[in-house]
Design a protein around this ligand. Sequence first.
Ligand SMILES: [Zn+2]
Length: 197
Amino acid sequence: MKSKLSILVLFVLAGVLALVNPVKGESNNISNIELVELGDIDDQVLFDLRERLEKLFGISVSIITHMPDTDYAYDGNRNQYDSMAILSKMPKPDDKNLKIVGITDHDLYAPGRKFVFGENDAAKGVCVISLARLHQSYYGFPEDRALFLERALKEVAHEVGHLIGLSYSPEADNVMHPYENIEEIDCINNYYCIDKK
Ligand SMILES: [Zn+2]
């Protein structure tokens, strides 16, 4: 009786652990993140973001600068950029454990959405995030650099999460929550752990 109970406890515990750390299997390995500057981004923002990502994930993050801007994705009627068009033009990583993250200052949209903070193509291993709506000044408040960088880190972690096969979390404070506004991004304080290659 006692041993049956402990087996049950083990099963429940294994289930809980699988939920806590759902990053498993070879396809989910990650060895490196490449931040790709689309257009002209403040260099210091890229450096600070790299530092935070390396600290969070414990993997190396490189920066590719001066990639052409995304004029081809501009929609004049919306005054926004088509995230899908950007993803389709981004190069596919030659190593499946490398994930590529495009960074743009432009406001992005996706089909059926007024705007998106970011978008991904998990099969290709690429994603793009927009910094446009992460500034406090966008909402009429004085700029807050630390908060801005924290939001950018959350966006990158969320999209990279999709690239390594994570699904959405129902928990509002989890970085894989399907956030839809800046208040929801600011609620996040839980990140996932990743398996490194
Ligand atoms: Zn998402």
